[in-house]
Design a protein around this ligand. Structure first.
Ligand SMILES: [Zn+2]
Length: 306
């Protein structure tokens, strides 16, 4: 619960935390399936980020002890887009091989494509995007779209990394609190959601056409960035998620590139979740989203209840 904290274990590692918050993973089973038993049954994997604070926003003249860093970063964002950010829904989508998983951290440099589906200040919007649906089709009759199921809960950081020998880039790093360490991790393992992970995250220039496996969103769904953010791209096709405000635009396309399953070793940054917070009643996911659907994947690390 909460955004946890991070400890820099190697002060010489040139990293800067740009954003802190909570991360939630959900998956939606394919239509007409109540739950998945393997990645083949997964329609889509979702990541919800709930930003709370960042170094940069604290730097921006607010009193660091106001206890409201989270709000500050939202306020900064408000200026640009008219809404504050309570959370974003990020759909990690089909890769070339059709799998809906995170990139495999044991195979570094595997890129996966995703996009920002929803940015909102109202958690109800996210709940409604994750819920199930009944609908009728002309050709296939009545269909049931199952609700998304919770898969993981933890903390994340957006980190600017300046290794010196190559150009500055940004990482999305996270550490799970749920499922608890001692539980199974059946769905997590099959969808490559490790206990902790580090991905290089790159934002795609919406003006560059897709090719090959990164076809991307249709033009009308692509993000329209305001001029000051659009200017960050210059002539580049991809840029770091810097500033993180880039992720506050629906239709923003990004690549997650597997980097490491050991954040400390890679970046000299130890992520610490809240002590003793491994009881289901401590779950912010359940508090926030309610008993949205079977929580067996979240608490027991299993695809289904026994
Ligand atoms: Zn790096």
């Amino acid at each position: 619960m909460g955004q946890g904290k991070e400890v820099k274990t190697r002060t010489e590692t040139p990293t800067e935390i740009q954003e802190r918050g909570e991360i939630f993973f959900f998956y939606r089973p394919k239509v007409e399936r109540e739950e998945a038993h393997s990645p083949d049954d997964v329609q889509r994997l979702y990541i919800v980020l709930r930003p709370e604070s960042g170094e940069r926003s604290v730097e921006s003249k607010q009193s660091p002890d106001s206890g409201k860093e989270g709000r500050i970063s939202h306020t900064n964002q408000t200026k640009h887009q008219g809404t504050a950010t309570e959370g974003g829904l990020y759909g990690v989508q089909v890769h070339g091989d059709g799998k809906k998983t995170l990139p495999d951290l044991s195979k570094p440099s595997t890129p996966f494509w995703g996009f920002v589906e929803l940015v909102t200040t109202n958690i109800e919007d996210i709940k409604s995007a994750l819920k199930g649906e009944e609908y009728d089709t002309a050709t296939r009759g009545h269909r049931h779209k199952p609700p998304a199921r919770p898969l993981g809960e933890g903390i994340y950081r957006l980190v600017r990394h300046n290794p010196g020998n190559r150009s500055t880039h940004t990482h999305l790093v996270y550490k799970l609190e749920f499922p608890p360490k001692e539980e199974k991790k059946e769905p997590q393992e099959s969808l490559n959601i490790e206990r902790q992970g580090s991905f290089v995250i790159q934002i795609r220039n919406p003006e560059h056409g897709g090719r090959g496996q990164f076809q991307g969103l249709q033009s009308k769904r692509k993000a329209v960035f305001p001029a000051h953010l659009h200017g960050e791209f210059g002539r580049r096709k991809f840029i770091p998620a810097d500033p993180p405000d880039l992720l506050n635009y629906q239709g923003c396309e990004f690549l997650l590139i597997s980097a490491s399953d050991d954040v400390e070793e890679e970046l000299g940054l130890e992520l610490e979740t809240e002590e003793g917070g491994e009881q289901p009643e401590c779950s912010d996911l359940v508090t926030t989203f309610g008993e949205c659907a079977s929580a067996a994947p979240l608490f027991k690390g299993m695809f289904q209840d026994l």
